[in-house]
Each structure stands twice: as structure tokens, then as C-alpha cells.
Design a protein around this ligand. Structure first.
Ligand code: ZN
Length: 345
């Protein structure tokens, strides 16, 4: 069953962390962490509508400049959210450049930081000379972003500094009942994507739509009636992205409540457990701890990532250790494994 989230890693398991999440049929994407973005084609990067930066250690934030550079000429706005102190970090990065002659550029970047129960935000525009213009403060109760299709949630974990753990939740899952499609003599095609999209977006039901028939023709339906007939609607999928945290009872509790019963937990497994003292001193998880965390949260699948480069060539050992502790399916997400969840739900 295809879900609205198509996650893939930005880089390999030992490269800079980052999760690319395409939104099915939407032509837009969400980016979790802005590590090295050098491997992402500009055309693809321009689809990013929102990014959440877990914290501003360099390997999670160094790609911000590339995003900034590309987005100078883009009409659509982008929102980048981070932990306490994030606005200062963004301001520092933007202030490093000279911005005369920028007035006519369409760039519009909203930066926001989550600090306790407050979200502070500023906007940077070409018109405004790329100086931060304050936006109204908002209360934060766990939700970073909410729209018809999906929501983004975050909670702070401890890595010596506050780090955001992130969860994405599909509001409702919409899929096609293939038997019904066949019974009506209809053939899959772009019309089906449009229909699902209209349902997800709660667009008007009393509209005529055209569906392709198996004979190569078209047939007219009322949108709401056709959707009722051939679409299945159920609870949405949930994925969580958790990285850079110590294995403390508080962090475990925070992740468990944020990522309860997730379909996919993308979780750091920085060290092998044989190097646990090192993991503890760097406030990272071992693969075993990642597996235990996934089990405690009731995750359906675990994708370990952000392995220390010291395990290059030993990635399988790390995955095996996480799998043994988790006791469930472990995926090796790759930069191109766009839809690990495509068929198994
Ligand atoms: Zn870090």
C-alpha cells in the first residue's frame, strides 16, 4: 500500500544525517536536517516546502547555504524550524553575505525556533533586504505544522543541548480498491491520482470528474460518488526521525510518547554497543539502544542511520545489533530507497 510519505536518506549511512520525505503526488517535500545537500539535484531541492533542523551541529546544518542560494529565486516560501537558539544561527548564516541589489528577488524564508512552549519566528525577504522581520509568537503544544494532508510534531531531547525529535503524521490514508476499479471497468491513470489528491485535500465532492475506462475511453462520475466507490480510507501512517540524543530515561520517555506506534522510526545508531562509553560521552545512541528504543516505542519498523564513519565497511554489524535488540524488521534506508513502505502494509 502506498502512503503519502516517501522517505529516503540524504546521504549514505555514515554521511551527514538528513531525511528527505517526498509527499506522494504533491510535488513538494519535507526535509529533516540540512546536512550536506550536495547530492541533491537543484530541481529536487526546489520542491522543499518545510525543513526541520534538529540542532545546529555542523553536520545537521551545513546545507543551509545551499538551500538559501537556490531559494533566492524561488517564488514559493519555505519555512525552516529549529531548536532554541536557531534564530541566532540562521541570522548568523544570512548575515555572512552582502545583500544589496536583492530587493527584486522573490525569496521568502521563514525561520522559527521552538523554545519550551513558544515558537518565535522571523521572516527574510528580498524586499526586506534579507533582514529578519519578526512575526507574531505562537504557543507550542507539540505541533509544528498542521494541514489537511499531514502534520509535523516535535519534542526536545537532550544531547548536551536541546535537539528536536520529529514525527510526521499522515492525516488519513487514502488508497485504491483494485477490485472495485476492475468491476467498474476503469483503468488506473493520472485521473486516479487526482481523485485521491482531491479527497485528501477535502475538495468539493459535487464535481464531475472523468475516469479512464479499460477500453481506452472515458466515463463521467460525480467525484464524491466515485471516491466512495473505489477509494479506501483509513488511519494515516506515522514516521519519526530521532537523532543525536543520549540514552537517558528522560530521552527514552520523550521519544516513546512522540513516536508511539510509528510505522517507521528512523533513528541514529551512531556506535556499536562495544563502544558504549564513547557513545555516552558523545551523547549518542548505540545500535542496541536504538533497537531498544524502537521496541519501547512500539515502532513497526526501524531504519538505523547516522553511523559513525569508524564503522565504514561494518554497517551490517550495526544493523544486526539494532535488529537483535529491536526484534522487528530493520531497513537499510539509502539515498534512493524512496519507498521502503510501499508494499508491506
Ligand atoms: Zn549533534
Amino acid at each position: 500500500m502506498r502512503t503519502v510519505f516517501l522517505p529516503s536518506l540524504l546521504n549514505g549511512p555514515t554521511g551527514d544525517p538528513g531525511l528527505w520525505v517526498d509527499l506522494l503526488d504533491e510535488g513538494r517535500s519535507v526535509l529533516l536536517d540540512l546536512g550536506d545537500l550536495g547530492s541533491v539535484a537543484p530541481r529536487k531541492l526546489l520542491r522543499v516546502e518545510r525543513a526541520v533542523v534538529t540542532h545546529t551541529h555542523m553536520d545537521h546544518f551545513v546545507g543551509f547555504d545551499r538551500l538559501l542560494r537556490l531559494f533566492l529565486g524561488r517564488e514559493r516560501a519555505v519555512t525552516v524550524t529549529g531548536p532554541p537558539g536557531f534564530l541566532r544561527s540562521v541570522e548568523g548564516r544570512i548575515a555572512a553575505y552582502t545583500w544589496n541589489l536583492i530587493e527584486t528577488y522573490p525569496v521568502r524564508i521563514t525561520a522559527e525556533e521552538i523554545d519550551g512552549d513558544t515558537i518565535r519566528a522571523v521572516e527574510y525577504t528580498g524586499e526586506g533586504g534579507m533582514r529578519p522581520a519578526p512575526l507574531p509568537e505562537r504557543r507550542f503544544h507539540g505541533t509544528v505544522h498542521a494541514e489537511r494532508l499531514f502534520t509535523i510534531h516535535a519534542a526536545a531531547v537532550d544531547h548536551g543541548i536541546p535537539v528536536l525529535a520529529v514525527a510526521l503524521r499522515e492525516t488519513e490514508h487514502v488508497s485504491v480498491n483494485r477490485d472495485r476499479l476492475e468491476k467498474l471497468g476503469l483503468a488506473p491513470g493520472p485521473w486516479l491520482r487526482d481523485l485521491k489528491q482531491a479527497v485528501r485535500r477535502a475538495e468539493p465532492a459535487e464535481v464531475e470528474v472523468r475516469a479512464a475506462t479499460r477500453e481506452g475511453g472515458e466515463r463521467a462520475f460525480v467525484r464524491g460518488e466515485l471516491a466512495e466507490e473505489i477509494l479506501l480510507r483509513g488511519p494515516g501512517q506515522k514516521i519519526a526521525y530521532v537523532t543525536d540524543l543520549g540514552y537517558t530515561p528522560e530521552n527514552v520517555e520523550t521519544v516513546c510518547s512522540l513516536a508511539r506506534d510509528v510505522d517507521l522510526l528512523v533513528c541514529e545508531a551512531a556506535f556499536l554497543h562495544e563502544d558504549e562509553p564513547l557513545a555516552r560521552s558523545r551523547m549518542h545512541l548505540t545500535a542496541r539502544q536504538a533497537g531498544e528504543l524502537a521496541r519501547a516505542a512500539g515502532a513497526r519498523r526501524l531504519a538505523p542511520f547516522h553511523l559513525s564513519p569508524r564503522y565504514q565497511g561494518r554497517e551490517q554489524e550495526v544493523l544486526d545489533e539494532a535488529a537483535a535488540a529491536f526484534g522487528g524488521p530493520v531497513l537499510a534506508l539509502t539515498p534512493r530507497s524512496a519507498r521502503p513502505s510501499a508494499r508491506d502494509r
